[in-house]
Design a protein around this ligand. Structure first.
Ligand code: PRX
Length: 656
């Protein structure tokens, strides 16, 4: 039921929408949540049509949903046309052009912050569309974005969306080789980058890394370079242009291109258990509805709230909850260039105070790292503006949850533990702030429209409560992955083949006696280090590139700050003569990983071993390696099926 005072979008006809005060699709009580959940399950098409009508469409849809999970094929709002930036920008500009859309806090607190109204952000996006158009970028072209966390990153993303170019943001910590993989896979024609980026005490070169990558990226004809660090960089005539020089002076608008509902909006590469990272493809309409619906409901945001998500736009969290969700909802989104502990461990609390933040959304790793610095930092800030705290990216331990609740939220702000993935486009399981109950370490309940299922290893559904299994989803939701770029079969294989008929998340999960969900971590060969997703195969491949390495095996082990650390078991072609030589080789291996992937994938521990525990069919038994890395030597289980059980003894003897 919609109360008059809560009407934010008032539909004067189904597709002619005016924004008024509040969100009609925000559930505000437990009863409303239960009713929404029941309706989304009983009549998903009517439920989502009702929500979708509160957005701006260029053409209405013919069908709400068409799907099957075998191919898989999922289509939402088919026949409709829209542009997500009209929803994120134009419709707000019509009603309140001066409302702040974006706040930017620089790495260095003595530098001025930036505040752009919706009007100003729209103008900047339109101007940048002209820049891209002048370089021949058209609807459907792929554009890679490799920048630091500057406000122009949001402009670049939105400009691509406005002109129908498919953006693929590459996290600024990735190596040249990782850029090559992504650019080649997407066949991108342009890259948008910066001279460099500031992150904490470091100034990181970006353009020089792009230059290295571009020696292997023939598809790229344009590089737009934003000046940030003012380091001298190479500009290749004909290919590279400076952002500030290319901007037009005419101030002409750029009409948003009409996109089909199922046209791709962006590709975001993410690691899986095998092979190179996959390009997860999200579509225009479904993603827009899902990122906005979840933003408004999980965080219980009100129009104009300041939302501070500390993620990088290089990850899905930044896409959905820095750029698209908050802007589509008319909130004020805060972008932070730096890191939580620079120049001091009070930086996040100081920003919260300075910008009067209502919603703070961060990762358990950041909380644990700041917790280790002491309570004096958060305790020095009242942070009275805060209404909601959120966590994302990895399981949160009880101690970190309590610390966050007490010292940051001052025991008054609900914490939402939001479980989701790059592939899900937005939050799937989470409590709704102050609406549905929180339970520390539990993501708790599925959002309306999400039908989670736990299965055992044979794919049998585990019914009832108090069960643990592998987490699957049995029904489509608007924000779900549509395909993996250029290779639909890979999408089927990775997500829809393990348990036929279900989308398989790769996560293990418990459902407690009250039906609340607790995510226990990945059950596949994907690691989660500081909330960053890293494939074991990728790290192994990088290590194996070292000329002295014969073979390697990577596992995760519990790490007090990062959640998981990376433990590498490495077989050398010839053993090192001295401890010094071993140390030098370890450093070279780490460099190898940085070169091929990025510093974020560097192992904490490298143990040189003479052999790896393998089954008779040659498969590495990671279970054993994991137990050794965890220090659980007494729980190795049955090792008799190994090709050579004595290998385990020798690994145990040298474990770190
Ligand atoms: O294992 C889950 C973990 O992060 C994985 C998804 O990683 P990525 O695609 O990089 O997206 C991260 C941001 C959405 C999941 O498969 N994960 C994410 N959120 C949580 C979580 N694990 C436990 N609790 C969470 N709240």
């Amino acid at each position: 039921m919609v109360r008059a005072a809560q009407i934010f979008y008032l539909a004067s006809s189904q597709f002619d929408v005016t924004l008024i005060m509040d969100y009609p699709f925000q559930v505000k009580t437990l009863g409303e949540y239960e009713a929404a959940y029941a309706r989304a399950q009983a009549d998903p098409e009517a439920f989502w049509a009702d929500i979708a009508q509160h957005f701006t469409w260029k053409k209405p849809w013919d069908t709400v949903l068409d799907w099957e999970f075998t191919t898989p094929m999922v289509r939402w709002f088919d026949g409709a046309q829209l542009n997500i930036t009209e929803n994120c920008l134009d419709r707000h500009v019509t009603l309140y052009p001066a409302r702040t859309a974006l706040l930017w806090e620089p790495n260095d607190p003595t530098e001025a912050s930036v505040e752009w109204s919706y009007q100003s952000l729209l103008e900047r996006v339109e101007a940048f569309c002209h820049v891209l158009q002048a370089r021949g970028i058209q609807k459907g072209d792929r554009v890679c974005i490799y920048m630091g966390m500057v406000p122009e990153l949001a402009v670049a993303v939105l400009a691509c969306a406005r002109m129908g170019a498919i953006h693929s943001v590459i996290f600024g910590g990735f190596s040249a080789e990782s850029i090559v993989d992504r650019v080649q896979d997407a066949q991108a024609t342009a890259i948008i980058t910066c001279d460099g980026a500031f992150r904490g005490a470091k100034s990181i070169p970006l353009k020089p890394i792009v230059d290295v990558a571009l020696t292997q990226c023939a598809s790229v004809h344009t590089v737009v370079v934003l000046q940030r660090t003012h380091e001298k960089v190479h500009i290749q005539a004909g290919r590279d242009i400076w952002w500030h020089e290319a901007l037009p002076t005419h101030g002409k608008p750029f009409p948003a291109v009409a996109m089909e509902a199922e046209d791709p909006l962006f590709v975001l590469y993410t690691s899986g258990s095998t092979g190179k990272p996959k390009g997860v493809v999200h579509s225009c309409a479904g993603y827009m509805v899902w990122s906005t619906y979840t933003f408004v409901n999980v965080f219980q945001s009100s129009p104009g709230d300041v939302h501070f998500c500390t993620a990088d736009i290089g990850w899905i969290t930044g896409h959905s909850y820095i750029v698209y969700g908050p802007l589509a909802a008319g909130a004020t989104t805060l972008l932070f260039e730096g890191v939580p502990n620079y120049p001091a461990p009070d930086r996040l609390w100081q920003i919260t105070e300075k910008h009067q933040v209502q919603i703070l959304y961060t990762a358990p790793t950041a909380i644990r790292a700041l917790m280790a610095c002491g309570v004096q930092y958060p305790d020095a800030y009242p942070m009275a503006s805060l209404k909601v705290l959120g966590t994302v990216g990895e399981p949160i331990n009880e101690e970190a949850w309590q610390w966050y609740h007490r010292h940051v939220g001052k025991e008054k702000s609900p914490i939402v533990d939001t479980w989701w993935q790059t592939e899900t486009g937005g939050i799937l399981i989470s409590n709704l702030a102050g609406v549905t109950p929180a339970k520390p370490t539990f993501a708790t309940l599925p959002l309306p429209g999400i039908q989670p299922v736990l299965v055992d290893e044979y794919g049998h559904e585990l019914v009832g409560n108090d069960v643990s299994g592998n987490l699957c989803i049995r029904f489509p939701w608007p924000g779900m992955i549509r395909t993996t770029y250029g290779d639909h079969e890979r999408c089927r294989q990775a997500y829809f083949s393990t348990y036929p008929g279900y989308y398989f998340t790769g996560d293990g999960c418990t459902r407690d006696a009250e039906g609340r969900y607790r995510i226990t971590g990945r059950v596949d060969d994907v690691l989660n280090v500081s909330g960053h997703r890293i494939g074991t195969a990728e790290v192994e491949n990088a290590i194996n590139m070292h000329p002295k390495v014969v073979e390697s095996a990577i596992v995760g082990y519990p790490h007090p700050i990062k959640g998981q650390g990376i433990y590498a078991y490495v077989i050398l072609s010839s053993s090192c003569a001295t401890a010094l030589e071993e140390e030098a080789l370890r450093a070279e291996i780490l460099q190898e990983v940085s070169r091929h992937i990025g510093a974020l994938a560097k192992p904490e521990k490298i143990q040189f071993v003479s052999g790896l525990p393998k089954t008779r069919s040659g498969k590495i038994m990671r279970r054993i390696l994991r137990k050794i890395a965890e220090g659980a030597q007494d729980q190795l289980g049955d090792t008799t099926t190994l090709l050579d059980p004595t290998v385990v003894e020798s690994i145990l003897a040298g474990c770190l």
